[in-house]
Design a protein around this ligand. Structure first.
Ligand code: ADP
Ligand code: MG
Length: 234
């Protein structure tokens, strides 16, 4: 795959953590590309480095060596401020435990990423409301996180991830804390973001049922990635 066709391109990426005098190697010489509009599931045992890899792709963390290009931007060349700005415009995050702010209602939680943009108050509000309508929560906009079920909180988190219209969405165990029915609804939404809005999605999951919704699966083990398993897309 050429660089131009890729949404995400990793070249010889390694990552270790330093703890005291000790070096903890996590990823070793990872080389792979994710095509624009793809939906990739990343699987692997606990501690294998899935979250680390996702955080590198999303520009939350930096590699120890190697190069990461997202939408043709070499994110290693950005300083902290540029990186934060780039992230706000290009990447949406979904976490296992939703990471909503408990003191903000659903609408305000979804508005948060827009605080880093030049949008005015009224525009932020209407963008947030549109995103909440998209995830089926038009009737829950002024509910606080503790007034929502887990599945609803995750839908608020999805609205927050898509409100800035990013090209890339990363999800770290998005269904890990949900019952089967709510998990299914979250996966339906991710499928919709990918299929209808063309978002590139990278989803870390333990759950084979969740991984089945992706177009392709890679396994991470002992710091190395398996070959791509392309799935039949119905
Ligand atoms: P996974 O998401 O696959 O469970 P992680 O990416 O969270 O795995 O962690 C991979 C390895 O890196 C683990 O051995 C973990 O202990 C280690 N690790 C993660 N973050 C840090 C950190 N900030 N400092 C030191 N070690 C870390
Ligand atoms: Mg993890």
């Amino acid at each position: 795959m050429s660089g131009e066709a890729a949404a995400v391109l990793l070249r010889h990426v390694s990552k270790h953590y330093q703890r005291g005098g000790q070096i903890v190697p996590v990823l070793s010489d990872i080389d792979f590309a994710i095509a624009r509009g793809d939906f990739l599931a990343l699987m692997g045992p606990s501690g294998s480095g899935k979250s680390t890899l996702l955080n590198l792709i999303a520009g939350i963390d930096r590699p120890s060596s190697g190069q990461i290009l997202v939408a043709d931007v070499d994110i290693a060349t950005l300083d902290e401020r540029e990186l934060a700005d780039w992230r706000a415009r290009n990447v949406g995050f979904i976490f296992q435990f939703y990471n909503l702010m408990p003191v903000l209602d659903a609408r305000e939680n979804v508005e948060l990423p827009l605080m880093l943009t030049s949008l005015g108050r009224r525009e932020r509000r209407s963008h947030a409301e549109l995103a909440l309508e998209m995830v089926g929560l038009a009737d829950r906009m002024d509910h606080y996180p503790n007034e929502l079920s887990g599945g609803q909180q995750q839908r608020v988190a999805i609205a927050r991830a898509l409100v800035s219209d990013p090209t890339l969405i990363v999800a770290d165990e998005p269904t890990g804390d949900l019952d089967r029915k709510s998990a299914g609804e979250i996966l339906d939404l991710l499928e919709q973001l990918n299929g209808e809005l063309g978002k590139t999605i990278v989803m870390v999951t333990h759950d084979a049922r969740a991984a089945e919704r992706a177009h392709a699966i890679r396994h991470l083990e002992k710091g190395e990635l398996s070959a791509l398993e392309q799935r039949e897309v119905a």
